[in-house]
Ligand binder design. Sequence first.
Ligand SMILES: Cc1ncc(COP(=O)(O)O)c(C=O)c1O
Length: 380
Amino acid sequence: MDMILQTNPGSSYRAHQTEIDEAVARVLKSGWYVLGAEVEAFESEFAEFVGVEHAVGVASGTDGIELILRSLGMGRGDVVITVSHTAVATVAGVELAEVTPVLMDIDAKTFNLDVDRLEATIQQVQADPELGTLKGIMPVHLYGRPVDMPALMEIADRYDLLVIEDCSQAHGATVGGRVTGSWGHAAAYSLYPTKNLGAIGDAGVAVTGDAALAAEMKSLRQYGWKERYISAEPGMNSRLDPLQAAILRVKLRHLAQENSRRAEIAQMYREGIDREAFVHPTVPENATHVYHQYVLRTTQRDAFRAFLKERGVGTLVHYPAPVHLQPAYCDRLSIGAGGMVATEKIAPEIVSLPIYPHLTDAEVERVCDTIAAWTASIAA
Ligand SMILES: Cc1ncc(COP(=O)(O)O)c(C=O)c1O
């Protein structure tokens, strides 16, 4: 019996192989291998998809976060509030820009930043000048579920804070009728191969409606050049390459349909998996979830995963340790108001089921049947 992988970027290549092979051949023949027309075409198509004016292709999502913060003029002595329950890259990107992250708790029902505790966290940071000057908030639309952006933006506006969205898991998700990434001042996306929009290697993109910020990002991503070979300021090297851009242009054309397929699979899981034995993801109101992950909660996570693995069903854990408990960060980062109760409660319980657009109905049913066999075995 074939293993059902938790994620399967090779299936995405196979599904679009003819188009991707043509795009790759076009770039190889062009003789142009860094930035250039292919990257510009991807940038304008992606900006249009998000509904913003500008997109800037970079080498990874982590670089996108660093580049946005640096280009906004943030650095040492500045503070950004984000969450601990995220890919460590969110926090790594903030620190690469020399900005101090303050980590806050999530709402266990949404797995996202607990907007109800945001204001208390802002006030806590502002009451501690030793931390630095609070400049922004970085919500992460984790697993493809949008953060409550209308509420978050209202608070950010009241405190005059910039909002930088981490959209690495939410390409195309909407909230309040607007695509995530178009709410804040800027947004960063990872285009890592397993993402809803994934390259064939590392890649990322930053978006903004602010022309001056976009121009600064384009300069800083390439040594701080405003004109070739002349650095106006110290910059980095983080350029999206045309091979990845050409492949991403193919995949972008299929993204909306593939996000719908992910939602169909999520619905099959919702209907086909026991609701007593597992906590399912809640369905957001006034938002579209793009199901980068379908994450169940169970107090018997490790035994459950082993049972599935023995029967050919792969799972993963996103993420086993919250950032504030990881060796690189523990005991040195500040924690927001109310501590990390929800973050620490869910961390040992979460498990991500197989989900990618090319998973077949028969495979989804096999996952559901295997989970039913597990529930029967623990009831016995
Ligand atoms: C939420 C989140 N932020 C940031 C990143 C960083 O992206 P990359 O791996 O492209 O640097 C990722 C990717 O794993 C992510 O999931």
